[in-house]
Design a protein around this ligand. Sequence first.
Ligand code: DQA
Length: 143
Amino acid sequence: MKILVLNGPNLNMLGIREPGIYGKSTFADLLRLLEDTARAEGLDIEQYQSNHEGDLVDKIQWAYGRVDGIVINPAAYTHTSVAILDALKAVSIPAVEVHISDVDAREPFRQVSYAGRACVKTIKGQGLEGYRQAILYLKERLA
Ligand code: DQA
């Protein structure tokens, strides 16, 4: 089973950016968590991070026919990107939306998610652990 984990803009700055909101764990810690989860669960997990909306759209299109499930944290593009929503709908691959912070408890503009409309589940406010939960959910759903 192959799962693509997509991370949007500024998530490569984890550990540096606003630690009061996103925590002290770094992006390298997230990559380790993904590797550990892949090993423990016997999954093929590919991670891709980009600060560019079109690159994320390209990667979602690339996933068609190659990937069984998608975990996506579109970061700021969550709240703006119809293009990412349309790409997820186009490929029709089961996707879980993850947010490290509890977006519902933050500014009103963060409470709108375009990508979430094409996702089977949203996990928010669980820190990096949310990615593991999303992967385990997809593994069970796809089995
Ligand atoms: C985020 C929440 C978004 O509102 C924000 O723009 C991010 C990260 C999260 O993981 O909590 O960059 O997606």
